[in-house]
Ligand binder design. Structure first.
Ligand code: NAD
Length: 470
């Protein structure tokens, strides 16, 4: 026991957060987590937990965010079981040592890399997909042989409680859930971890990174920002509108990769504005407030923020024009799926909207759209709807974003082979599938060279023999 721990024990002081991290470290240092069968057992146990308590988790998601059980399965629980199945299927292959070529001058020798677990991982999760965004990184951390301390978001209290209720039964020892808000997260960040995985906003991302720097702890930051859409008149606008409405209004727009705003020429936006109301009606009916498929803002603060932006832009003299929606109800935290034309100076174009309001912003050309995107923070995702190969190539070559999708928003998350992560203000590092294994492992270089024959003697000092060559 270290000196500070002895002192705590002497005065009978127990700090639950310190205890949780110490326990996680104890399990890791015991060596049990290194065995592949331990890792597989944890992944299977998580799968069992999700199946056994599917209804409880669904009820928690409905309570926190008004999510329909089908949406909860598609975007949270079923997403996780798919990630678990993919990881269990490929884990052995991903963990196999990888050969590296040895230069002639160093032969005879063999080189390879082995993936080793980092130790104890801290996962800090947000509220918008509160089960998925906590457990998806945990899958990678466990598969890589780490133990985990995980903090759900206090802003999704029913989901936080459900995780605290079931995780200890299925993943006790491997994963410790610490519930709480800013004080608990702050206390966790004072502890020493071997990796910190944070999902949320850039302001807290900076706090996390500063805390991690004290111990030189590596971090993954999964952040947000405004994810733009570009649409032109070469596409089937009815189909494009259906996809854009689906990606935007799921979870009432509270999705980190939701389309934030749409850029297009006046002609393209007019076509889109004609189709979006029909697309919204097809998803949620004439009265979205009656639809079980349509969610609610997570809390009063989030409602006030988005309703305030909408109010400011519709009331102001910035020339915003409502296309559809606009109704709100503070008592139920309801904001109708809303589409409006705005100009670039609108309040809605300031920061990430993170709500069910879709501004359409006119540009003169594809070049202006690209310049508009490049003039702002690098997005988490960028969505392009165009049949023109030149336009697609221009976006691929001239813009930078965490992901670039043609013809569909959001769905890249479900491709297990693709890394999920941001760039610049939208984050650093990535995960999902094999990318999670890379994130939560150290890639150790291993070189084996027989002592005989001693080919290295050629380069030992004195250097007389080399003078003509160097
Ligand atoms: P949040 O408020 O739930 O915060 C996330 C976590 O940070 C919580 O666990 C919270 O307790 C902790 N936290 C908050 N304030 C803190 C502080 N001062 N010190 C230490 N910890 C603190 O979630 P949020 O930030 O409102 O989430 C929304 C943001 O997250 C959006 O920007 C969204 O785009 C982004 N997001 C990104 C992804 C992604 O995968 N890239 C996914 C979801 C959300």
């Amino acid at each position: 026991m270290s000196a500070p721990e002895t002192a705590r024990a002497d005065v009978g002081f127990t700090d639950p957060i310190h205890e949780a991290v110490s326990a996680a470290r104890g399990v890791f240092t015991s060596g049990t987590t290194r065995a592949i069968h331990w890792r597989r057992d944890q992944l299977k146990a998580m799968n069992q937990m999700l199946l056994d308590h599917r209804d409880d988790f669904s009820a928690a998601l409905a309570s926190d965010l008004g999510k329909h059980p089908s949406e909860s399965w598609l975007t949270e629980l079923g997403f996780l079981t798919a990630e678990l199945a993919h990881t269990l299927k490929h884990l052995e292959h991903w963990l196999a040592p990888r050969r590296a070529a040895v230069p002639l001058a160093l032969q005879p020798a063999r080189a390879h890399t082995v993936l080793e677990p980092l130790g104890v991982v801290l996962v800090i999760a947000p509220w918008n997909y509160p089960i998925q965004l906590l457990l998806a990184p945990v899958i990678g951390a466990l598969a890589a042989g780490n133990t985990v301390v995980a903090k759900p978001s206090e802003m999704a209290p029913a989901c936080s409680a459900a995780l605290a209720r079931w995780v200890p039964h299925y993943l006790g020892g491997a994963v410790t859930i610490v519930e709480g808000g800013v004080p608990e997260t702050t206390a966790l960040l004072e502890q020493q971890f071997d990796h910190i995985f944070y999902t949320g906003n850039g302001r807290v991302g900076r706090i996390v990174m500063a805390a991690a720097a004290r111990n030189l702890t590596p971090v993954t930051l999964e952040l947000g920002g405004k994810s733009p859409v570009y649409v032109d008149d070469t596409v089937d606008m009815k189909a494009a509108a259906a996809r854009i409405a689906w990606g935007k209004f799921m979870n009432a727009g509270q999705t980190c990769v939701a389309p934030d705003y749409v850029l297009g020429t006046g002609t393209a936006l007019a076509m889109l504005a004609d189709e979006l109301p029909h697309a919204i009606r097809a998803l949620y009916g004439a009265e979205p407030s009656d639809s079980l498929a349509y969610g609610r803002m997570v809390n009063d603060g989030a409602f006030d923020r988005v309703a305030g932006l909408l109010h400011r832009d519709l009331r102001g003299d910035a020339g915003s024009v409502l296309v559809s929606g606009g109704r709100i109800d503070a008592a139920t935290r309801y904001i109708e799926p809303t589409v409006l034309h705005v100009d670039a100076k609108a309040a809605l174009m300031d920061g990430e909207i993170f709500g069910p309001v879709l501004p359409l912003v006119a540009v003169e050309s594809v070049g202006e759209a690209i310049a508009f995107i490049n003039g702002r923070d690098k997005p988490l995702s960028l969505y392009v709807f165009s049949e023109d190969r030149g336009v697609r190539a221009a976006f691929t070559e001239q813009t930078s974003s965490g992901a670039l999708n043609f013809g569909v928003p959001v769905a890249h998350l479900t491709v297990p082979g693709l890394p999920f992560g941001g760039v610049g203000e939208s984050g650093m590092g990535s995960y999902h599938g094999q990318h999670s294994i890379e994130t939560f492992s150290h890639q150790k270089a291993v070189l084996e060279k027989p002592l005989s024959p001693d080919t290295l003697s050629l380069i030992y000092p004195p250097f007389g023999r080399l003078t003509n060559q160097v």
